[in-house]
Write a protein that binds this ligand. Structure first.
Ligand SMILES: NC(=O)c1ccc[n+]([C@@H]2O[C@H](COP(=O)([O-])OP(=O)(O)OC[C@H]3O[C@@H](n4cnc5c(N)ncnc54)[C@H](OP(=O)(O)O)[C@@H]3O)[C@@H](O)[C@H]2O)c1
Length: 314
C-alpha cells in the first residue's frame, strides 16, 4: 500500500503502542493523519502492531522504534535517534505501563520497576524530546504540541512517599502502582507550569481510561489471587474495550476543548467507562509542594535537564 500520509504530516510518538490502549491510540492518531512512531521494547509485537494500524488505516505512515523504559540508556538512545532524524514532534503520548508486579523488581537503573517504567522513564524521555516539541511550537504557534501522560483512577489513593520512592523499606504491588500513576498526573501539571514559565508553548495534559480490558491486569490478578478471581467475574460488567478506553487519551491529544493542565477520563459511572470528560483529581494531585518536589527529585534521579536546545547526548 502506498503511503497516504502527507510528507509534512505531523509526528506522534506513542509509547507502549504494541497492545491495549497504546495500540488503539496509535490507530486513532493515524486515522487523523499523523505519522506514528510505535515506541516499544518488543520488535516482534511492534511489527504486528504496525500491521494492525495499517490494516485499520490503509496507507498509514507508521513505524517501530526501539524504546525500553526499563533502561534510561535505552531512553537516551531513542531520543538521540529521533533528534538526528526528525525536525519537530507534535504529539507525545506517554502511555506504556505495567501494574502491580507481585514482587519488588528493579529497573536496569535500580528504581522500583513501576515507578521507573511508568513514570521516571517517561520523565527523562519528555525532557530529551523537548527540543523537538519546542520546534513544533515555533513552526506553528497557533497549534500547540501536546504531551499526554497516562494516569489512572488508582492515582486517587496514591501518595508520593519521598522517604521510600523505591519501595525499598516496604513493597506493596498496588501502592507502588498508585504512586506511579499519581506521579504521572503531577508530571502533567508540572510540565505545563514549566512550559508556561519558560515559554516552551506546550499543551501538557493527562488522561485515564477508566477500567479497560487489556493485558495490564494480568500481573495484578496474580498478585492477589482471590481478589483477582472475583475481579475477573465483575470486570466485563464494569469495564470497557481498549478502543473505548483510548478515547480520553485521544481527546487529550486532539480535542479543541483541551486546556493547559487538563485531565480527561470516561464520563460514565465513577469514571470507569463512557465518553471522555474532565476527570476528578485527588487532593494529593492538587498539592503544588508535592508537584514541585517531585519534579526536582525526578531531575536528580534521571539526570534530566530541561532545555529547549538539543541536549548533548553522551
Ligand atoms: N487498562 C486499564 O484499565 C488502565 C487503567 C488505568 C490506567 N491504565 C494505563 O494505561 C496505560 C496502558 O496500559 P494498557 O491497559 O494498555 O496495558 P497493556 O495492554 O498491558 O499495554 C502496556 C504497554 O506498555 C508496554 N510496556 C511495558 N513495559 C514497557 C517497557 N519497559 N518499555 C516500553 N514499553 C513497555 C507494553 O509493551 P509489551 O507489549 O512489550 O509488553 C504494552 O505495549 C498504562 O500506563 C496503564 O497504567 C490502564
Amino acid at each position: 500500500m502506498r503511503d497516504m500520509t502527507s510528507p509534512s504530516a505531523p509526528l506522534a510518538i506513542v509509547t507502549g503502542a504494541t497492545a491495549g490502549l497504546g495500540l488503539e491510540t496509535a490507530k486513532g492518531l493515524a486515522t487523523k493523519g499523523y505519522r506514528v512512531i510505535v515506541a516499544a521494547r518488543n520488535a516482534e509485537k511492534a511489527k504486528l502492531a504496525c500491521h494492525a494500524i495499517r490494516a485499520h488505516q490503509p496507507g498509514a505512515d507508521v513505524h517501530f522504534e526501539l524504546l525500553d523504559l526499563d533502561s534510561l540508556e535505552s531512553v537516551r538512545q531513542f531520543a538521540a535517534r529521533l533528534q538526528e532524524r526528525e525536525t519537530s514532534l507534535q504529539r507525545l503520548i506517554n502511555n506504556a505501563g505495567i501494574m502491580a508486579l507481585p514482587r519488588l523488581e528493579l529497573t536496569q537503573d535500580g528504581f522500583e520497576r513501576q515507578f521507573g517504567v511508568n513514570y521516571l522513564g517517561h520523565f527523562l524521555l519528555t525532557s530529551l524530546l523537548l527540543p523537538l516539541l519546542v520546534a513544533a511550537a515555533s513552526s506553528k504557534p497557533e497549534s500547540s504540541p501536546r504531551v499526554v501522560q497516562l494516569s489512572s483512577l488508582a492515582h486517587r489513593s496514591g501518595k508520593i512517599d519521598f522517604g521510600d520512592l523505591d519501595s525499598g523499606k516496604q513493597y506493596d504491588p498496588w501502592r507502588a502502582y498508585r504512586q506511579s500513576k499519581l506521579a504521572m498526573l503531577l508530571f502533567a501539571q508540572a510540565l505545563q507550569k514549566q512550559s508556561d514559565q519558560h515559554g516552551w508553548g506546550l499543551l501538557s495534559v493527562a488522561a485515564h481510561p477508566g477500567l479497560s480490558r487489556t493485558a495490564l491486569f494480568d500481573a495484578g490478578v496474580k498478585s492477589r489471587a482471590l481478589i483477582g478471581s472475583a475481579f475477573k467475574l465483575v470486570m466485563p460488567l464494569i469495564s470497557q474495550s481498549a478502543a473505548e478506553g483510548a478515547k480520553p487519551t485521544l481527546h487529550a491529544a486532539l480535542a479543541d476543548d483541551a486546556r493547559p493542565g487538563d485531565y480527561f477520563g470516561p464520563g460514565g459511572f465513577s469514571e470507569t467507562k463512557g465518553e471522555p470528560k474532565r476527570a476528578h483529581r485527588s487532593k494529593a494531585a492538587k498539592d503544588p509542594s508535592v508537584e514541585d518536589r517531585l519534579w526536582e527529585v525526578s531531575c536528580e534521579l534521571t539526570g534530566a535537564v530541561w532545555s529547549s536546545q538539543t541536549p548533548q547526548l553522551s
